[in-house]
Design a protein around this ligand. Structure first.
Ligand code: MG
Length: 263
């Protein structure tokens, strides 16, 4: 009887362990949900609901876009405007007059990160958007971003992606451990490596034009993410080329493809 109980307890422990995924359990997981996982359930992109869905799917990462308001609040939204209100020239309170169709207000990056930190499987891929208002605001947004991530204790969760090379370099300067990827596609792997980047996160067209960059980047120790890939054939193409991550609006499709491949 005792032996049976011991076996039962052992099985329970093993099952429990399997559920306790963490960031070390990411082998073969290359899926980054673009603006969260919103498409299948018709959720607003960049909403807390789309973040929760990407986490429920167990994506490697979930990407989100961050802008700075007039009164220095980092908020999560794709476009420069939130339902007609220009974010850079509006205060956070002014933005609260609009809501997503699911009833959510525009999330503060702080709340988004706090929600993401309730788990430790899916990374938070923080895209800091360039500023319309010039370099000074872009650098200010980079300073506030690092400050927020540090104050939240979110270093283990957050990876950064940026189009603005100077703002990206500012993040690297402020935090040498930060994992920063460059988005704009106009910098060669060797230059990005020299400037302290962790990886390149380029549009698939860039890697089609420079097919050697994936190999060169890997030789330099840089990680490669490709965006935004929604067709199965293209997913397969970049898996075969050895991309580390694929950003997609169709995370379920890519997860299924990878599961089939790893069977
Ligand atoms: Mg983005």
């Amino acid at each position: 009887m005792k032996a049976k109980l011991a076996l039962y307890l052992l099985l329970l422990t093993m099952l429990g362990c399997r559920d306790q995924s963490d960031f070390t359990d990411q082998k073969n997981n290359m899926v980054v949900a673009h603006q969260g996982a919103w498409k299948t359930d018709g959720l607003p992109s960049n909403s807390i609901a789309s973040l929760r869905k990407a986490i429920a799917l167990k994506c490697y990462g979930t990407e989100f876009d961050v802008h700075l308001t007039k009164d220095d609040v980092l908020v999560v939204n794709h476009d420069k405007d939130f339902y007609g209100l220009d974010i850079a020239t509006s205060t956070y309170d002014e933005l609260l007059s609009k809501k997503h169709p699911n009833g959510e207000s525009i999330p503060k990056a702080e709340a988004y990160i706090r929600e993401g930190m309730k788990q430790n499987q899916t990374k938070l891929v923080f895209e800091l958007k360039p500023s319309n208002l010039g370099k000074e605001r872009a650098l200010r947004s980079a300073d506030l971003t690092v400050e927020l991530v540090k104050a939240s204790g979110a270093d283990e969760w957050v990876e950064y992606i940026l189009f603005d090379y100077d703002a990206a370099k500012r993040i690297i300067e402020l935090d040498a451990q930060a994992k920063v990827f460059y988005l704009n596609g106009d910098v060669e792997p060797s230059q990005a490596k020299a400037d302290g980047f962790y990886g390149l996160d380029y549009n698939m067209k860039v890697f089609r034009e420079h097919p050697d960059w994936i190999k060169t980047a890997h030789e330099l120790g840089l990680a490669i993410n490709v965006w935004t890939i929604n067709e199965e054939e293209e997913m397969q193409h970049f898996i075969d080329l050895g991309a580390d991550f694929i950003t997609t609006d169709e995370p379920e499709k890519l997860l299924t493809l990878l599961r089939e491949k790893n069977k």
